[in-house]
Design a protein around this ligand. Sequence first.
Ligand code: Z5A
Length: 235
Amino acid sequence: MAAADVTGPRGRFISIEGGEGAGKSTQIALLAGALERAGIAVQATREPGGSPGAEAIRELLLEGEGERWDATAEALLLVAARYDHVTRVIAPALAQGVWVVSDRFADSTMAYQGYGRGVALTDLAALHSFALGEFSPDLTVILDLPVETGLARAAARSAADRFERLDYAFHERLRHGFQRIAADNPARCVLIDASGDPQTVHRTVLDAIGHRLGIAVASHPDLGRVTHARTEGKP
Ligand code: Z5A
């Protein structure tokens, strides 16, 4: 994937993962605010989506009945969207020295379509290898939360989409999948308890960035303002 072959000074790529209502959008808003205050240029983005083509695919994925797409079609659509997002948005930003923080990335496909919906993990890995080569986040923060807590948070926020309407056992497989991904990729992933209040989780995320990426960033103090500015409607 030529656009990801960055040779100059490069920004860092952080993905935030987790199940429904884990607090990804909230943490991305806080993290982006903290990085900006530290003088780091940062671009917040999301998946599926993040580029015009990928946003069009997002609409195909999230609308309609639960069985509109089978799990394999879903995976193919997601990886097509991801390729577009990486080549047109993420890799060019990193090449300019901008840090990119993404609400979900490839681990969501492993968790949802793989652990959740039964597509072989080896097939998904091969698909990603074809689309992205060796490109991957520098750090993946996985927000871990009991299923019932996450679904209650998500339900309080908005009407359920195609994925949120899937059954409880699916969401348990998802949580287990993310925990496995963290255990299998310890150099890239950090699993964080997301059951605390937003500022507590935020400070834990910044600690992880300090340890893993070697940069100390002060926490963002203004939770209410940043949360509303950046999370209504997602990044
Ligand atoms: N999907 C997939 O299947 N495969 C893939 O490869 C990819 C995605 C990339 C995207 O939907 C869907 O696509 C997703 C997986 C699938 N499934 N669903 N649903 P989305 O982008 O619309 O939704 P999401 O990514 O799942 O995020 P979310 O569930 O909407 O929530 P969140 O971003 O993790 O949480 P939040 O918006 O920050 O917080 C939710 C609520 O809880 C909100 O009212 C907050 O104020 C509150 N909150 C947040 N943090 C806290 C704490 N710490 N305490 C208490 N309350 C909190």
